[in-house]
Design a binder for this molecule. Structure first.
Ligand SMILES: N[C@@H](CCC(=O)N[C@@H](CS)C(=O)NCC(=O)O)C(=O)O
Ligand code: FES
Length: 159
């Protein structure tokens, strides 16, 4: 457990920092509702990495406890930072409102894996606790190589 936390921290820092730069590309969109243009921009964001989290704040500095908890879970799971992108909805109101319509889900954070909406914080935490998230992340091959053994170990314990 201890080593896994350390591993996650090491993995998260450098690469989780980089995708924050991607948060600015939606700022020019002025449309009020989910226009084709906004939908396309969100499609692009959702497709930008195998694991995408729309959150409040950045992975390094979450601005809400729900977003913080979600990032912590992804870190504990050992998601490969190279396969992860985060988008800060607080930087872009169009994204903040648009993503809710896009997924038909009323709140932030929102997690997408392989372009599919998975859920918000409660779902992420509950899938983490049940082992379902580890299984999904492993199936999708989005874990850092060093973490795969941990996920397998956990899954084996639950069987
Ligand atoms: N139960 C929710 C908690 C998230 C939540 O309630 N988010 C609120 C407060 S951060 C939200 O996004 N409200 C709409 C908004 O701020 O635009 C979950 O499982 O994700
Ligand atoms: S910003 Fe207040 S609960 Fe998320």
């Amino acid at each position: 457990m201890f080593s896994r936390t350390i591993l996650s921290r090491q993995l998260l820092r450098p690469a989780f920092a980089a995708p924050a730069a991607r948060t600015t590309f939606l700022t020019s969109i002025q449309a009020r509702f989910l226009s084709d243009q906004t939908r396309q921009a969100i499609d692009k964001a959702v497709s930008s990495a195998p694991v995408v989290l729309f959150m409040k704040g950045t992975p390094e500095t979450p601005q809400c406890g729900f977003s913080r908890a979600s990032i912590q879970v992804l870190g504990m799971q050992g998601v490969d930072p190279a396969k992860f992108a985060a988008f800060n909805v607080l930087e872009d109101n169009e994204l903040r409102q648009g993503i809710k319509e896009y997924s038909d889900w009323p709140t932030i954070p929102q997690l997408y894996i392989d372009k599919e909406f998975v859920g918000g914080c409660d779902i992420i935490v509950s899938m983490h606790q049940s082992g379902e998230l580890a299984k999904l992340l492993e199936e999708k091959k989005v874990l850092a190589v060093e973490s795969e053994g941990v996920a397998e170990e956990e899954a084996a314990k639950k069987e």
